[in-house]
Design a protein around this ligand. Structure first.
Ligand code: APR
Length: 229
């Protein structure tokens, strides 16, 4: 029986694919004001700006490839039952071949009704336009969890973390809740590994830091995980 390896990933794992993080030097939130592009109020106040922000990021995503970090996590599926819980809205984990990916904050390549969040549509290109309507006739919006909105996927994520034999945290500053709070749902015997060139603060838990970028860090992690196979 393969041990359950649960992975909480953030923007840092896509950084080596050329996708910007949020809070690093040169991160997206240095250039854009979150309240202008990533809140429901922004969408009602200035939908053109919000639409352009996500269209720009989606256009860039179509020109991006998974990196060694994503691919290394796929390799781990040989020896572990791997479940990825990602804060990322890109689909690079899926593009690399990961078989179980749960998106907490939505998916850039999907759009959804602005009146009924159960109406979700795969997009067929990078540009979401005004005039594209859902089945109920309302404007489609990015299928993204904006600041201030609920994170329904947490209901599915919590039991996954509770049942983890091993937890890997990779490429996230652990600044945003409720996602960052998932660490508190592991049992205290569950070893936690953190891969990040900086040291995100993990309070009241012993963790093993691998202070590397994702590509190299996952290779080092593989060696450390041999004892758990
Ligand atoms: N490899 C691994 N980690 C990296 C790399 C890399 N190549 N480059 C940067 N990092 C680390 C940074 O040190 C930082 O700890 O990735 C983390 C990125 O943190 P953030 O930019 O805060 O991204 P994230 O934690 O994913 O943000 C969470 O905030 O804006 C919201 O919804 C958005 O999902 C996002 C959430």
């Amino acid at each position: 029986m393969k041990k359950k390896l649960v992975i909480l990933s953030g923007a840092g794992i896509s950084q080596e694919s050329g996708i910007r993080t949020f809070r690093d030097m040169g991160g997206l939130w240095e250039e854009y004001d979150v309240s202008e592009v990533a809140t429901p109020e922004a969408w009602s106040r200035n939908p053109e700006l919000v639409m352009r922000f996500y269209n720009d990021r989606r256009k860039q995503l179509y020109e991006s490839e998974p990196n060694a970090g994503h691919r290394g996590l796929v390799d781990l599926e040989k020896d572990f039952e791997v479940q990825i819980i990602t804060q990322n809205i890109d689909d690079l984990h899926e593009m690399a071949g990961s078989s179980s990916v749960l998106h907490l904050h939505g998916e850039l390549k999907k759009a959804r009704s602005s009146v009924d969040e159960s109406l979700i549509y795969d997009m067929d290109g990078w540009e979401l336009k005004f005039g594209q309507l859902c089945a109920k006739g309302s404007q489609l919006r990015p299928h993204i969890v904006w600041f201030g909105e609920a994170v329904p996927a947490m209901d599915e994520a919590i039991p996954i973390v509770q049942n983890a034999d091993i937890l890997l945290v990779i490429g996230t500053s652990l600044n945003v809740y409720p996602a960052a709070g998932l660490l508190n749902y592991t049992s205290k015997e569950t070893p936690i590994f953190v891969i990040d060139p900086e040291r995100p603060s993990v309070s009241h838990r012993e963790v093993e830091y691998i202070q590397e970028k994702a590509g190299k860090g996952v290779q080092i992690l593989k060696e450390k995980l041999i004892e758990f196979i």
